[in-house]
Design a protein around this ligand. Sequence first.
Ligand code: AMP
Ligand code: GLY
Length: 435
Amino acid sequence: MTVLVVGSGGREHALALALALDPEVVGVHVAPGNPGTWQLSERYGIPIDSSLGLALTAMDPLDGEAVVGMAQELGASLVVIGPEAPLVAGVADRVRDAGIACFGPSAEAAQLEGSKQFAKQVMAAAGVPTARSRYCLTIEQVEDALDEFGAPYVVKNDHLAGGKGVVVTSDRDEALAHAAACGETVIEEYLDGPEVSLFAVCDGKRGLPLLPAQDFKRAGESDTGPNTGGMGAYTPLPWAPEGLVEQIMEQVIDPTLAQMRHRGTPFQGLLYAGLALTSAGLRVVEFNARFGDPETEAILPLLSSGLGQVLYAAATGTLDGIPDLEWEDSSSVVVIYAADGYPGDPRTGGRIALAPIQDASPHTQVFHCGTALDDDGDLIAHGGRVLAVAAQGDSLAAARDAAYAAVASIDFPTGFYRHDIAQRAAESAIPTPHL
Ligand code: AMP
Ligand code: GLY
């Protein structure tokens, strides 16, 4: 089959690579893609291309008709939608209406990510454990909620904010200022304990879990600075309690899928549960309706099962025929190389020099997130998160060393990265929480 992947970031390139390695997949097209699409194709000698280089250029991922048109032109039998914005805008509905299998939830089901308040309502109805919260429209309501839950304060924009909608602070004025800037907010109790991201491939009825991962949300070392879309990730979690994935499936994914079906809006796509493992048990921090970035760049290089077949089965409601996913017995780490200023006002246009492709280890990948070519054909930064540098190894420490060695081989003077991704886990410094 030929697969059209909609999006242009590191996540879409990790998806494209895993799809292209599936023997059932004969071609992958990333639209709009970025200069990294060709690099992947060149390096692995497998057909991955992007709309940047074709006559079909400049596809707008938010334009459902354009996505359908491109899928038809390519003869794609599966469309995989990467980012949340097209999902919330109903692009998956348009693709399905055109009779093409689509991996990605409907606009209604994507509200699990699109509205924090909707997600809270679904969780309440499904009995899924999550932080207590209040939905606030006025500053008076915000003040009451801040008083009720106390510091540290957690203030969330009710709507999509590109991973930057949440402020966690003990400074009440900062909490109030963020709430005022958001308009509609969800204020919730602070959840303590390590965070886990669990992704499940869902066909509306059944969910198939991927490996659990941990993401690093803050911009600065030792989890300081503002929240970002994610500065790094690793998988699997050596400190995870026994039976963690089964417990998340039972307490979170399965009841949520059942509740979404009950509402007449079955969830078909990737259900991403962001969880905190608190002393009182696991709690959902958030749902997303798509693969997480950068966890995907860490997780997918370990997948042995054919991703195309799995996503096609999910898109056609036939996951029942698919066995549990198989994984390589190694660890994987991804470090994000971001542009200076991210997540505020990233400095774009900075030159990037990558090591030659033939020097790459088979166990490292440089996925492009926000890159472009300038008029001279040189690679430049073109977004906040610029590169996702992934590596696999026999241990987390080995994967980490390999990822940082690959990062060190990149010359990107106007970029920065965190030096402590996966460090505590690699040093066995994260105690196993009791669930
Ligand atoms: P969200 O967009 O809801 O995932 O929030 C982004 C990040 O903010 C999470 O990954 C957490 O690190 C932090 N966060 C969100 N909600 C809470 C909470 N209730 N308690 C503590 N931290 C939170
Ligand atoms: N890794 C965080 C996200 O994708 O939202």
